[in-house]
Design a protein around this ligand. Structure first.
Ligand code: IVH
Length: 688
């Protein structure tokens, strides 16, 4: 017999976990530390395994662990899943043509009011129908042919953004439609991991999403982090109060579904054109792929009046952007030397317009990948360029392979075993996918890349130090390590003036930018060092965990692995980096310990230490029950936080006491986390 108390406790745990999942996965703003969350999760798991009566399909513990299926069962859709007519004219004309059609069909003339539309992004993933009965997710199905899809419920459950149950106030039957997709950073890191292990990579995020939803074993789907955007409804029973599509989207968000916030209500053709242009500009910065935008007539009554033609609604259209994949021919295969000596084969292409720019180089990643895809000089290939990532060759169009195609790729043979830049021997260590040059900083290519990385925006952010300039500085022997940038004997107005195309003003600006870069954070500094496998996120984790560079430099691999997300491979890279004498030398020069590298020591002393709340901005408002505002401010500042006077997009937290006024309203409007005194203490205690 399960006691009332256990039933209540497990219900509460489920509710809390679902709530924390929502904040973490949908709002991207965690509400409790991971360890606390894990504790709740484990408590629920323990209760459920002790009392099997407690198990229910909407428990968060049921997201993973389903058994592999033999086949997917067919699902007949209660309401057909339509497709959208596509406007392939990517110019403004595409939008104007749609508005003209809509007005003609509705009998609205140019003199009448403009039609109101909702503009959305056209997500490039897999369409899914989620069916909730009495608020519980009972079935998830693919679109299939529009009439019948496949039951992929088990796989969909693994997507944490998708609620397993909805709070009260939802219809008896609710079908939510939307797109399952793989975000670009998740796609990139998945592929990076696959390549490192010598395993096949995904062609693009859409295949990544569709492929994992089509896996019969849900454990495989769980391994790729998929996401979801809701954009419409299917069968709905017991709910009528809505009149516009915009209201539908707002209601979906209120039920806890992720709704992309780039959607806009606009008036007439002009509004559509502006949306299309604005999003085209923004496309590369979005963290997921889109292949266009979608326009929908906002009024549901007008939608009903317009109806459908051949499975496509007359009230919606997809307006495309330039394709992110194109075919072109490989003219040659070059090999580039990266910052860590990694040798990367690069295809030299017949220039092609893809993803909005002209591309003539595309990465082939490494030797195994080039061989697996069997890319050869003369081949026609598919090139992909999405976001600000480097264009890549995704595959060969074998039907178009010419008779006189080049031979299978062999990196070592092509290079005669030598680095193409410095002539040092090249090696490929066991278990490694990459060949490397053994020249270290002696190799000008590695030295140039190291300096470029060091000064890049997310590292020490030295404006004006671009690749042409670094090339000159290294080739002329003025600078050979990042530390030389701060050495006035090497880099000064005089030496800069000796360079071609370097005016006095730009030389001055560069020196000032270098001067400014002396003040940085520990996290940026670590990232800037260019340690293998240490990206920005790991650098931040290291800074937070160890607090000082010396601590990191002294840590052994076991200690390094105590940092979240640092596994044996990353720990090994960090450890090895600090055991290399030339790396330690460069760091010492940068810190200015053993020579007069003015400025660095003075600033690094305090600024390089990152405190737990460094980089976070707080605003205090209203009266706190047990602490004065000054005390709260001092406490925050001691932990590295900035305390600002007014709320803006840059604010991370608003601490609100009694009688908080307009600042609180502003915080809510901007969706900024608001803390009461209890939550504030919680956060402070965690940070301390
Ligand atoms: S609405 C009645 N909205 O595009 C209209 N579809 O052919 C039904 N898609 O595979 C779809 N983003 O999954 C709609 N914001 C969006 C969309 C979207 C992507 C996909 C959809 C389907 C295809 C439509």
């Amino acid at each position: 017999m399960v006691s009332q108390e256990v039933i209540r406790r497990s219900a509460l745990l489920r509710k809390e976990i679902a709530e924390y999942d929502y904040w973490y996965y949908v709002k991207d703003s965690p509400r409790i530390p991971d360890a606390e969350y894990d504790k709740l999760f484990r408590e629920l798991q323990a209760l459920e395994s002790q009392y099997s009566e407690l198990c229910s399909p909407d428990s968060p513990t049921q997201r993973v662990g389903g058994k592999p299926l033999d086949i997917f069962l067919p699902v007949r859709h209660a309401v057909a899943m339509l497709s959208i007519r596509t406007e392939t004219d990517i110019s403004d004309q595409g939008a104007i043509a749609f508005d003209t059609r809509v007005r003609r069909e509705l009998g609205v003339s140019e003199n009448d009011l403009p039609i109101e539309y909702v503009c959305e992004l056209k997500f490039d993933g897999l369409a899914i129908n989620l069916r909730y009965e009495q608020g519980v997710l009972v079935q998830a199905a693919t679109r299939g042919d529009g009439e019948t899809g496949e039951d992929v419920t088990q796989n969909i459950r693994t997507i944490r953004q998708i609620p397993l149950s909805l709070d009260g106030g939802c219809p008896n039957v609710l079908e939510v439609r939307g797109e399952v997709y793989m975000a670009r950073p998740d796609f990139e890191s998945y592929n990076e991991r696959q390549r490192e292990r010598g395993l096949p990579s995904l062609v693009n995020p859409r295949n990544g999403a569709a492929g994992s939803i089509r896996q019969l074993d849900p454990a495989l789907a769980a391994r790729r982090r998929l996401k979801f955007f809701a954009y419409g409804l299917g069968d709905v029973q017991g709910w009528t109060w809505r009149t516009t599509h915009k209201e539908v989207l707002a209601q979906l968000a209120a039920w806890g579904f992720p709704v992309n916030d780039e959607h806009r209500v606009v008036q007439g053709a002009q509004g559509l054109v502006e949306f299309h242009r604005r999003i085209a500009q923004k496309r590369d910065q979005l963290p997921f792929d889109i292949d266009g935008v979608v326009y929908k007539v906002n009024s549901l009554a007008l939608q009903a009046q317009m109806g459908f033609v051949s499975r496509e609604p007359r009230w919606a259209v997809a307006h495309k952007f330039p394709a992110e994949e194109q075919m072109t021919v490989v003219r040659d295969i070059d090999i580039q030397v990266g910052r860590t000596g990694k040798l990367t084969p690069v295809a030299k292409l017949e220039p092609v317009f893809v993803g909005g720019t002209t591309v003539s180089n595309a990465t082939l990643h490494n030797e195994d990948e080039t061989r697996r895809k069997d890319v050869r000089i003369g081949d026609t290939v598919i090139v992909r360029r999405a976001g600000d990532v480097i264009p890549e060759v995704v595959g060969v169009v074998l039907d178009r392979r010419p008779a006189e195609v080049g031979e299978a790729f062999d990196l070592c043979k092509r290079l005669n075993g030598k680095c193409p830049v410095c002539g040092s021997s090249i090696v490929r260590e066991e278990g490694e996918a990459a060949w490397r040059c053994t020249g270290g900083l002696f190799c000008p290519a590695q030295c140039k890349e190291a300096i470029l990385h060091f000064s890049s925006r997310r590292a020490l952010d030295i404006e004006g130090l671009g690749d042409k300039l670094v090339e000159q500085l290294v080739d002329d022997g003025i600078v050979t390590t990042p530390a030389d940038l701060y050495d006035k004997r090497k880099l000064n107005l005089h030496t800069l003036a000796s360079l071609e195309r370097m005016g006095e003003k730009s030389a001055q600006n560069l020196l000032e930018a270098i001067e400014r870069s002396r003040q940085t954070t520990l996290a940026r500094f670590i990232y800037a060092l260019g340690i293998r496998n240490v990206g920005e996120a790991t650098a931040k984790d290291l800074a937070r965990h160890f607090g000082s560079l010396d601590n990191i430099m002294l840590a052994d691999e076991a200690r390094l692995q105590q940092v979240p997300d640092v596994g044996p491979v990353v720990a090994q890279s960090i450890f090895a980096f600090f055991r290399e004498k030339h790396n330690v030398d460069v760091i010492q020069q940068l810190r200015g310990e053993d020579r007069a590298n003015v400025g660095w020591t003075e600033h690094t002393g305090e600024s390089i230490v990152e405190l737990p709340l460094s980089g976070k901005t707080f605003v205090l408002t209203g009266t706190l029950p047990s602490m004065s505002r000054d005390e709260a401010k001092a406490k925050l500042e001691a932990l590295g936080a900035k305390v600002a006077g007014s709320v803006s997009k840059k604010t991370n937290y608003v601490v609100a006491g009694a009688e908080a006024g307009s600042k609180l309203d502003k915080a809510r409007e901007l969706n900024i986390t608001v803390l009461d005194e209890a939550k504030f203490f919680e956060l402070i205690n965690q940070a301390e």
